[in-house]
Write a protein that binds this ligand. Structure first.
Ligand code: SAM
Length: 373
């Protein structure tokens, strides 16, 4: 575990969104890496900033109410724009793309976007790994369509099995059984093993940790316990509400002995553990207690085409402006687009989670529903 609490003074967080100027960039020669030597491997794309849940830790009702101004349809990147940007990122080294949001299954015809992305191959010639994170609320209806479009795997968020607790957390009275039915539908459509994300908040759903482990043991699905994070500025995050992964592992290990196992690849955010009796594996994502900034190879594209270099960033780079401005000028070539993204990535030095303290939680940060989880 790294010791990481360093006071943060970072005036860049207050600078406004920057629009790229000019289109005379050229793509890099050789491996692209940022200021801390990190390559570009993952791209998260938020396809909508809207969600039908109001999870108290993500989109609290008091903030995301009927007067909240979500993006207009014309602000959103079109599927063609997303696919063009995705191709540029893949040329620069991206191997994995995750669609998220908001709730990605609320974006009309999102399966058509998957069909556009799924034939893409990495620079090494392997298929690009396309994944999607969902709250599972409409998965029973959509799982087969997603699989038919080429989706290979899916992550479903579920914060507990106790119905009252779950309904309170999603704050729209959505029942557990419908999410479980969505997981079954995903399995039947071949999107397995399903990963199941549980955000753990002390005093809210920590009693569900062992119940979730017990329920999904032996099913082939992989539950990942996520430390509650200070994303955005609307969830009123407090350090004492975070249940460190070490505590989660101790609670589960007391019931079902577990052993650590190797990561699937360098930079994998979940630390993997397997049940000693062969009943499968679990993961813990310790972005608060054990920051993994040094291995973060992830770029994030917001619903309206802003490129964020960190989940906790405030400043972004307006790729949509770059794409749309070029409608009027000589068209931006793919090589110029790749060059512009490469320049941004080379200048990346973000490592917020290593610098986190209770006071950094007050700094302006992008909301997770906008940038995608
Ligand atoms: N609507 C989809 C869903 O529910 O999975 C995708 C978007 S959601 C923002 C992506 C993931 O981020 C979910 O697993 C959610 O639980 C997680 N998340 C949201 N806010 C979080 C927070 N404050 N700390 C940790 N995880 C969070």
């Amino acid at each position: 575990m790294t010791s990481r609490v360093i006071p943060l003074i970072d005036s860049r967080l207050a600078t406004p969104v920057r629009t790229l100027g000019g289109n005379t960039e050229t793509p890099p020669v050789g491996e692209l890496s940022d200021e801390l030597g990190r390559p570009l491997r993952d791209l998260r794309i938020s396809v909508t900033d809207r969600c039908n849940f109001r999870c108290t830790y993500c989109m609290p009702k008091e903030v995301f109410d009927s007067s909240y101004r979500f993006l207009r349809h014309s602000d959103l990147l079109t599927f063609e724009e997303i696919a063009r940007l995705a191709r540029a990122f893949v040329q620069l080294g991206v191997e994995k793309i995750r669609l998220t949001g908001g709730e990605p299954l609320l974006r009309k015809d999102v399966h058509k976007l998957i069909a556009m992305l799924s034939p893409m191959t990495t620079r090494g010639g392997s298929p690009v790994d396309i994944a999607l994170t969902t709250n599972g609320s409409v998965l029973t209806r959509k799982a087969q369509q997603l699989a038919d479009a080429g989706l290979k795997r899916i992550t479903v968020s579920l914060d507990g099995l106790d119905d009252a607790t779950f309904r309170r957390m999603n704050d729209v009275d959505f029942p557990v059984r419908d999410v479980l039915a969505g997981i079954d539908a995903a399995t039947a459509a071949g999107l397995s093993p399903v990963k199941i994300n549980m955000v753990v908040k002390r005093g809210v759903n920590d009693r569900e940790i062992v119940a979730m482990a017990r329920h999904f043991r032996g099913t082939g699905h992989i539950v990942r316990f996520i430390e509650y994070m200070d994303v955005g500025t609307s969830n009123g995050w407090r350090m004492d509400e975070v249940v460190p992964s070490s505590e989660v592992l101790r609670m589960i290990g007391e019931q079902f002995p577990i052993d650590p196992i190797d990561a699937n690849y360098i930079g994998e955010v979940a630390e993997r553990w397997r049940y000693r009796d062969g009943q499968g594996e679990i993961g813990v994502i310790s972005s608060v207690s054990q920051a993994f900034c040094r291995e973060c190879t992830r770029a994030r594209l917001s619903t309206e085409g802003k490129l964020y270099l960190c989940l906790f960033a405030h400043r972004a780079h307006d790729l949509r402006a770059l794409l749309r401005e070029s409608d009027q000028h000589p068209p931006l070539t793919d090589s110029q687009l790749e060059g512009a993204i490469a320049r941004i990535w080379r200048g990346r030095d973000d490592r917020y989670s290593e610098l986190r303290t209770q006071s950094t939680a007050q700094l302006p940060k992008v909301e997770m529903s906008y940038i995608g989880g």
